[in-house]
Design a protein around this ligand. Sequence first.
Ligand code: 13P
Length: 333
Amino acid sequence: MTEKLAKVAEAMVTPGKGILAADESTGSIKKRLDSINTPSTEETRRDYREMLFSAKEGMSKYISGVILFDETIRQKGKNGTPLVDLIKSTGAIPGIKLDVGAKPLALSPKETVTEGLDGLRERIKDYVGLGAQFAKWRAVIDIGQGLPTHNSIHANAHALARYAALCQEGGLVPIVEPEVLMEGNHDIDTCMKVSEWALNELYRELYYAGVVLEGTILKPNMVVSGKDCAKQASREEVAEKTVTVLKRCVPSAVPGIAFLSGGQSDEDATAHLHYMNAIGNLPWKLTFSYGRALQAAALKTWKGKAENVAAAQSAFNHRAEMNSLAASGKWSQ
Ligand code: 13P
């Protein structure tokens, strides 16, 4: 089992490829579709995602895996082909979001803990039957006055470890995602400190839970200045500080690190990944697992209209190609 998991994890970080996060919950995808004045229905959500998955060039050359939401892993495309089969036909691996969202942390109402552990063993069986080979769980860490607390760092790391162990027991590679949010006016060094804290706690909990690191992928935030911080760090500084934190905290047995984009501009997300890979001599693969930074241009071009599908797919292919170059340290502006 361990060997099989390690093989899937390796494939998820194939050189020059990265992961498409298309697992927006019903609430999040509604927001995205609202932004292009398109109603969010089962059909429009299907059409939008089918447009992305059938972008042949981008998918087959640059995408190693796709993270799906429960609805999508069960959906069929317009011509009746299951979307999972469409994804597999491009050579990409289907994955599933397993958490059910970040909920208020008891007695610490400004913080959250991610839920979804109850009944997870049975849900994993179901998703394996539907074709999933890996999974994702996102923990959310907020920076603010007196935040985060150790309670939230610990509760989230513990939940991630329990999820990861259940995934490996059931045959799925867990993506562990402890996201330190970029919302706020904190500086980059605060983000660095909190990211280091969250990652140290995470790897301690994964160890106690018996999780085999070779069969996992880490999906972290990059170390960046808070969105509202007056002093925004340069791209080179983001790359250097992110790599420094990862080297301090992430064992080299982890095959790959696939970043979230977290609200960065498309180009920043690409540039930061490029500068990190340009540093070289890293013990793990560094690639992308972007949601917004892979989809935003395509979504804006698509506008919910069938006649825009080809143009939207070109926009998606372009971002995927730029991020593929960045994953090899070969991107230039
Ligand atoms: P973003 O790249 O839009 O942050 O989404 C990635 C993701 O999967 C968040 O859980």
